[in-house]
Write a protein that binds this ligand. Sequence first.
Ligand SMILES: [Zn+2]
Length: 225
Amino acid sequence: MSMSTVQSTLSTLKTCQGDINTAMDIVTEVALDLVEAQGRDDDQNKLQGMMMECAKLDSDMTCFMEAVQTVTAQVTQDPDVILSLKSSFQTEFEALKSRVSDLNSHTKVVAFKNSVKKILDQEKQSEGGDDEEQDEEITVTQSQPNYTCPLTQVEMVNPVKNRKCQHHYDESAVLAMIQRQQKNHKKFRCPVVGCGNQDVNPEDLLPDPILKRKIQAHKRQNSKT
Ligand SMILES: [Zn+2]
């Protein structure tokens, strides 16, 4: 197998991984629809099971690709490695997998659980308050939701929330900025005015499916009028 075959296989895997991530977004969407429609708990559990399976696949693929890259680099340095290619790869792959501690901390799984819980909590609260008018008033006086990304200044498409300072950005914009700063060996500061967070990292960013739904609903409403 030539190196270019390895490279093209890796890029195919990357595409697959993108598809898995999309699948996880869809599962989250369905779960939130279900919670809002007060679906059955066992359906909810099935969806959570699907999320965990996707997280496992996603994590295994990351380990697999890293192992391939490490072993390929070893071969370039020392051609003799090619004789024990399979076992070097196995060792590397298993080592990487053992370092994955808990799939429950996969960002999409965390976001899934948080969002489901948030909707359930909101429902409990609205059930508890018999004075609906008052509830509405409170919602209006709360600060208007901000759908604009502080980086692009346009409405977000894939909002992510910084778990350190709680600010939101559009995923692709913030990742691009972090990458750009990293290339210049600089930290990326949170762009929100007055925020003291001097170092934004990809690990701090959690998808926010609830906000995403709100933005989509807002968009639909705007296109109607
Ligand atoms: Zn911030």
